[in-house]
Design a protein around this ligand. Structure first.
Ligand code: SF4
Length: 402
């Protein structure tokens, strides 16, 4: 097993800790299950919420404290805003007491659905939420209907305005590229409305048809109802152009932010920082150990109630995998692989270790490599999975690969 070196030249596991950890809390409840969704979700029910929150409380209480403290808290789902605000407040108070963080200095994000929650905004803010990630998906009512969403474009705009009026300055929204019936014109109109909204961050995700979902059945029956790959690529390029022109920085493949408003939590993920995960299906990463909790609500609650671990999967990543994955994650960002940074974090020479992948992808026009840093070109962004796969197997000398 190779242990990475610190900048001082001393070997030790501390070099793997970039900075403080993130905390992810999964809230699986949704009022309505969208037909394209493959997340671990459960229809909102009061009895299930009570049992789940009790399990979550025990899950959090048993966690070990991270050595480097906590930098971010993220409530994802599901629809965290489907929880009564007092439960969100109780979870934040528990996390704060347990992990001893200062709520004024951490980023605390709550994912929210614009179909409801306007009356809860003030309570979320007072509880310590300081960033909202709003699942808008489209500002076109026909597209929202085909996506099976339970809100209109006006609901979304009203929610964003109310959030801003309630004092939220750090608001993000999600848009989908590739919705059934979507055209370049309707997508560009959604982008324009998003830019005019009081948001500092926009995520644009290409729709994935997940096996076993109603959309998979629809797609099998009528594939032309969905934009083809060429149109989706065109939509993603439109997002790049329009949002960049509007002053947003395209700082990660799917993410755009006003300068200084990048997601600190997701940046931790892309920098392979530790993330302590709580709740159903939640995936965490702690000092080279990757894990994921049970995806089934009953299995998760029963495991916690019986005093067992909720983890359904754990994997210790060998050093070669850690740096291979660190490279893949770094390539998703506009910073790319910065050789000095990889040297500091892992004690490796990234130019040597990834020499073959860098050469091949640069020759194909997918990578810009100036000898000190390698990052995706705009064409590389569209073929990111292909590029990233080349970096999964670094060329480490001899016994350094384990
Ligand atoms: S609101 Fe989000 S998490 Fe819930 S079903 Fe729809 S897509 Fe899935």
């Amino acid at each position: 097993m190779l242990h990475p070196v610190e900048t001082s030249g001393q070997r030790g596991s501390k070099a793997l800790h970039d900075t403080a950890a993130g905390i992810y809390v999964h809230i699986p409840f949704c009022d309505r299950i969208c037909p394209y969704c493959d997340f671990a979700v459960v229809r909102t029910r009061d009895d299930a919420i009570a049992r789940y929150c009790a399990a979550l409380r025990d899950d959090i209480e048993r966690a070990a404290l991270p050595a480097g403290g906590v930098a971010t808290v993220y409530f994802g789902g599901g629809t965290p805003s489907a929880l009564p605000p007092a439960r969100i407040a109780a979870l934040i108070a528990q996390l704060r007491a347990k992990f001893a963080f200062n709520p004024d200095t951490i980023e605390c994000t709550l994912e929210a659905n614009p179909s409801r929650g306007v009356s809860d905004l003030e309570q979320w803010r007072l509880a310590g939420v300081n960033r909202l990630s709003v699942g808008v998906q489209s500002f076109d009512d026909a597209e929202l209907h085909r996506l099976g969403r339970d809100h209109s474009a006006d609901d979304a705009s009203a929610f964003l305005d109310a959030a801003r009026s309630a004092g939220f300055e750090n608001i993000s929204l999600d848009l989908i590229a590739g919705a059934p019936g979507q055209s370049r014109a309707t997508f560009a109109a959604s982008l324009a409305t998003a830019v005019a909204s009081p948001v500092a961050h926009i995520s644009v995700y290409g729709l994935t048809i997940e096996t076993g979902t109603p959309f998979a059945t629809w797609y099998a029956r009528d594939p032309v109802a969905f934009p083809d790959d060429e149109l989706v690529a065109d939509l993603l390029e439109t997002a790049d152009t329009d949002l960049t022109n509007a002053g947003f920085v395209h700082y990660e493949i799917s993410n755009f932010a006003r300068p200084g408003r990048e997601s600190a939590h997701n940046t931790g993920y892309w920098r392979q920082r530790d993330c302590i995960a709580f709740g159903l299906s939640a995936a965490g990463y702690e000092n080279g150990l990757r894990y994921a909790n049970h995806r089934d609500l009953l299995a998760y609650c029963e495991a916690i109630e019986a005093g067992r671990s909720a983890r359904a999967f754990t994997e210790h990543l060998p050093f070669a995998r850690r740096i291979g994955e660190a490279a893949m994650l770094a390539l998703r960002t506009n910073a790319g692989i910065v050789d000095a940074d990889f040297g500091r974090r892992f004690g490796i020479d990234a130019a040597t270790v990834f020499r073959a992948a860098r050469k091949k992808c640069s020759a194909a026009g997918l990578l810009e490599d100036d000898g000190a840093r390698a990052r995706l070109t705009s064409r590389g962004r569209l073929l990111a999975n292909t590029v990233c796969a080349e970096f999964l197997t670094p060329e480490l000398p001899g016994n350094e690969s384990t």
